[in-house]
Design a protein around this ligand. Structure first.
Ligand SMILES: [Zn+2]
Length: 181
């Protein structure tokens, strides 16, 4: 309750100064960012995004999950059918980070508790962990490549954000998911 009051108090000045009512549903950048929910990695701050700039998907770890696959399929179909001079062809940037809380899924007691909560094996929970973000970004891009619902032409890249320095490192250069025929 106290937090909600804080949020609404902060929101008041936002609403008073709001002038974005004419923003279009189509964002200025044809980029979808996938990031962790971590409060230190807010893409609006890290990448200077304003309202109407980009689509953002956030989950625990910034991982490719079955839910993210559904989101990407929805956005791909919506983008292809967007009215306007040309279809929107989004690119995906996956951003994971150092010191991710998801590292704790690699060992007890978190792994065991989450396995019981979700009805998963310990190995399945361990696979959700982010210990070396450069490696999990690459693994997630590989998972996307093996997911037929995601189009060949989707350009995907991978970044790692360092929570100590505030800098991002590109660990996977942007490229179409699969060779175009
Ligand atoms: Zn995280």
């Amino acid at each position: 309750m106290a937090d909600l009051k804080t949020l609404l108090d902060r929101h008041r000045s936002f609403a008073e100064q709001f002038d974005g009512g004419d923003l279009k549903i189509r964002p200025r950048l044809s980029t979808i960012l996938l990031t962790c929910v971590d409060s230190r990695l807010d893409p609006a701050h890290v990448f200077g995004l304003g309202l109407g700039d980009a689509l953002v998907i956030r989950n625990t770890g910034g991982r490719i999950t079955s839910g993210v696959v559904v989101d990407l399929a929805v956005l791909s179909v919506l983008g292809a059918n967007m009215p306007g001079p040309s279809a929107m062809r989004p690119e995906l940037v996956i951003i994971q980070h150092t010191d991710c809380g998801m590292a704790r899924l690699a060992g007890p007691p978190v792994q065991q508790q989450l396995a019981e909560r979700l009805g998963l094996s310990n190995d399945e929970v361990a696979a959700m962990a982010v210990i070396d973000p450069a490696e999990t970004v690459k693994a997630d891009i590989e998972r996307l490549r093996e997911t037929p619902q995601i189009p060949d032409a989707l350009v995907v890249s991978g970044l790692v954000y360092d929570v100590k320095t505030g800098a991002v490192e590109q660990v996977v250069a942007p490229a179409p998911l699969r060779p175009m025929t």
